[in-house]
Every structure is written in structure tokens, then in C-alpha cells.
Write a protein that binds this ligand. Structure first.
Ligand code: PLP
Length: 452
């Protein structure tokens, strides 16, 4: 039931776009002044409206504006902000205890999350999990586990990859600016190969499908040596790098290559996981079973939690005490994850994500017909993007991308950009967004194109 009480977020908020000031308005601008005086400049921002409440498909700001959310806090609030079961479980947990450190004295919630990860992630083999605080920390630990299990050191990653900002994951992330510039030296034993990127593969999508696997495994053979590779780490659909979807057959082929060569396949599903792409995990689309899978973002309805889940024998290769951290698998975050996963199951959010894709993709393809600046429309489920180029070329058009994002923001639609060249508009609505709001958001985007 919609409420007019905007001091509380959650699904009860009126699901409407309602703009009462310019964006950002005076209250947000004043808060931004304070931010400038106290918060480090190195932290960027997409849209400097200060949030007071959020839920369903809307974000409310300090000036009383209600914006449509096509970002989900970068693929986090898939179940919606302050989702009912998340709030209920978190509240109950907070009142019991907030922290013991799982390594000091354990608690049931951590085990329940690991049981759910074993049940939900691809493959029905025996699995174990370890929980952490952030996606980057999960990726770092997945690499540690793979190195320990194989006794090898090399890690193969892809062009356009994003795996985080810590020292090792910064080395694994492809893009220099802003993620690496001035922060070196970066970790060694990280080797980069091209990504199977249909839109940008020389010769186009058909050539990509035909050649990518051979080119990439050939490079691994020639430049690294399979026998040295501990892990190949791949985002089944790339996130920050531009929502790049490899051609069908590529991921299964990569999995076979890894298996044949004793290489650990790590699927980084931090952005693509937990129903986002229309399956519980993007790997499910082609029945790919990674050896290790990293999760974070959508796992806990907005709480900081991340996991590494994998084959029991690989995970348990690490000696007791070799994994962990003070806050990893915090009881409140675990309670949130249990509430979020329950919501995903009860509300069938994989189906909701597919429905979002079914609504968005045809409208975006139609938009692309009218606006040749859209070079590619791609994605799956509720992980959808358009790539902008100078018409008829592959030359990235970051300026128009930024201009469109700004126009959407001004009209009350929160969209995000991404891509190595900054020329991709990505859409990550909460999976619980109403069809009416989704459709209105698309209309705002269409209007922004009309005004170019
Ligand atoms: C695929 C992928 N891996 C890793 C990360 C890093 O996660 P975090 O920001 O929680 O450290 C991200 C974050 O965007 C991501 O999209």
C-alpha cells in the first residue's frame, strides 16, 4: 500500500516519478557543499542528489523529488531498497547481537547463507563457501584459493574486465583511468587476453563467435602456458566494462579448456548474479558450472556481504585460518542475505528480470532504429545496455552518453554509464520495479534522445 510517510523507505513508498525542484535541488546542493569540505575528492558521484528514502523502483531526495531508479545502487538492491523480509530479519538480528566475528564464535546465519549459496549456485557437486565484505575481497580470496589448490600462480583475465580496486583486483581490472592511474605498482602474475566482445571483435559478431575461443586459448598457450595458470577469471556478462555479453558457446568452451588443463574457472558473478540476468546466475543460461563463483552486490539487499563458493575439495585445500577477516559474514549482513534470498525465491525474481528484459529490449531496439548513435543494444534480463558510437562507425561517443545521462537525471530517471570508453548507458532497475514505472523510465530515456 502506498504511503505518504516519506520518512520510511521500502516498497510502501508511492511508486511515482515526481520532480519538484531542479535536480539537484537546493537541499542537495547544500549537502553537497558539506560533502566537498569533508569527503575525499577521489570518491566520484553519478548524481549528487542526497537520498532520504528509497524502495521499490524509486529514490527520494532531500528536496522531495522522487526519481525512478534504473541503477539499484549499481546492481545491489535487486529486491528493492528496505525490502520487507530484509528489514524484518535485520531488525530481529540487530536486537539479538551485531557481531562476534565468525572466526571467534560462530552463529547460524553464516552457515545458512553458505547452505543457500551451495543450493543456488550452478552445479550440484559438494560445495563450500567463505564470506567476505566486498566484491573485491571475494575475488582476491578466490584467487588465493585457486593458487593454493593448484600450486600455480598465473591468473588470466579479460579486456574490459572489472574485478575491484584492491591491489590484486586493480591489476585484474582492465581500465586504467580512474581505477589504476598513479596507484601502482600493481600485482604481478596477471595476464590479460581479449574479451569475446561481439560488437567490437574484428570482423564483427559472427567472426567473434567463430574465432574468440581459439584466439584466446591460443594466447594463453603461447604467452602464459596452461601449466602455469591457476585460474581464468571471467564475468559471464561483463559489468563496468560495458555489459559485454560473449557469444553463445564461448563460456562452455572456456570451461572445457579450463577442465582439460587443470585450470580453475572462476566466474565473477558479483554484478550478474542473484537473478539479475533472468537466471539465478548468468552461468546458468548455458549450463556452465564454474569451479569457484564470487558473489556480492545483490546478495544481501544492500548490506555489505560477499562470498566465494566452490568445489569442496578446492575450497578445503586451504589450511584452517588461511581465510577470513574481522567482519566477513557479519551476522546482520547474513540476516539481510537470508531475507533477500527468500524474497528472490518467493517473488520469483529471475522471472521478473526476464520480464524487464522483454519490455526493455524491444523498446531500445526501436530507439536504435531511430537514433543511429546507438551502435548496439545488448544484455539479458534486467542487465541491459546501449553502446553509443559515431553513427556508422565503432568510434565511441562518450560525450553523447554523458549528455543523455544528464538529461535523464534532470528529468528524474537515475541511469548509470559504464564501458572502457565511457560510451555505454546501462540499465539495472530493481527487479521489483512496477511495469508502469519501468515504462515511464523508458519514456524519459526516449524523450532525452528526442532532444539530442
Ligand atoms: C564483476 C565485479 N567484480 C567485482 C566488483 C568489486 O566489487 P566491490 O565494489 O564490492 O568491491 C564489482 C563491482 O562493481 C563487479 O562488478
Amino acid at each position: 500500500m502506498a504511503t505518504t510517510d516519506t520518512s520510511k523507505g521500502g516498497p510502501g513508498l508511492a511508486q511515482q516519478r515526481h520532480i519538484v525542484t531542479e535536480i539537484p535541488g537546493p537541499a542537495s546542493r547544500e549537502l553537497f557543499e558539506r560533502r566537498q569540505r569533508s569527503v575525499a575528492r577521489g570518491l566520484g558521484h553519478v548524481l549528487p542528489v542526497f537520498v532520504t528514502a528509497a524502495g521499490g523502483g524509486v529514490v527520494l531526495d532531500a528536496d522531495g523529488n522522487s526519481l525512478i531508479d534504473f541503477g539499484s545502487g549499481i546492481a545491489v538492491t535487486s529486491v528493492g531498497n528496505s525490502a520487507e523480509l530484509v528489514v524484518a530479519r535485520v531488525t530481529e538480528q540487530v536486537e539479538r547481537f551485531t557481531h562476534t566475528c565468525f572466526m571467534v564464535a560462530p552463529y547460524e546465519g553464516y552457515v545458512t547463507v553458505c547452505e543457500e549459496l551451495a543450493r543456488l549456485t550452478p552445479g550440484d557437486h559438494d560445495k563450500r563457501s567463505a564470506l567476505f565484505n566486498s566484491g573485491a575481497e571475494a575475488v582476491e580470496n578466490a584467487v588465493k584459493i585457486a593458487r593454493h589448490a593448484t600450486g600455480r600462480t598465473a591468473v588470466v583475465v579479460f579486456d574490459h574486465a572489472y574485478h575491484g580496486r584492491t591491489n590484486l583486483t586493480m591489476a585484474m581490472t582492465a581500465k586504467n583511468m580512474p581505477y589504476k592511474q598513479g596507484f601502482g605498482p600493481v600485482a604481478n602474475e596477471v595476464y590479460r587476453v581479449p574479451m569475446a566482445y561481439p560488437f567490437r571483435w574484428p570482423g564483427g559478431p559472427a567472426a567473434c563467435k567463430a574465432e574468440a575461443l581459439d584466439v584466446i586459448t591460443g594466447l594463453i598457450h603461447a604467452q602464459v602456458g596452461e601449466q602455469n595458470v591457476a585460474a581464468v577469471v571471467i564475468e559471464p556478462i561483463q559489468g563496468e566494462g560495458g555489459f559485454v555479453v560473449p557469444p553463445d558457446g564461448f563460456l562452455p568452451g572456456l570451461a572445457s579448456f579450463c577442465k582439460a588443463n587443470g585450470v580453475v574457472l572462476i566466474a565473477d558473478e558479483i554484478q550478474s548474479g542473484f537473478c539479475r540476468t533472468g537466471d539465478w546466475f548468468a552461468c546458468d543460461h548455458e549450463g556452465v558450472v564454474p569451479d569457484l563463483i564470487t558473489t556480492a552486490k545483490g546478495i544481501a539487499g544492500g548490506f555489505p556481504l560477499a562470498g566465494v563458493t566452490g568445489r569442496a575439495e578446492m575450497m578445503d585445500a586451504v589450511h584452517p585460518g588461511g581465510l577470513g577477516g574481522t567482519f566477513g559474514g557479519n551476522p546482520v549482513a547474513c540476516a539481510a542475505a537470508i531475507g533477500a534470498m527468500e524474497t528472490m525465491g518467493k517473488e520469483d525474481l529471475p522471472a521478473a528480470a526476464r520480464r524487464i528484459g522483454d519490455i526493455m529490449l524491444p523498446r531500445l531496439r526501436k530507439l536504435a532504429e531511430a537514433h543511429p548513435v546507438i551502435g548496439d543494444v545488448r544484455g539479458r534480463g534486467a542487465m541491459i545496455a546501449i553502446e553509443l558510437v559515431r553513427p556508422g562507425t565503432l568510434e565511441p561517443d562518450a560525450d553523447t552518453t554523458a549528455k543523455l545521462a544528464k538529461a535523464c537525471h534532470a528529468a528524474g530517471l537515475l541511469v548509470l554509464t559504464c564501458g572502457t570508453f565511457g560510451n555505454v548507458l546501462r540499465f539495472l532497475p530493481p527487479l521489483v520495479i512496477s511495469e508502469a514505472l519501468l515504462s515511464e523510465g523508458l519514456s524519459v530515456l526516449e524523450d532525452s534522445f528526442a532532444q539530442l
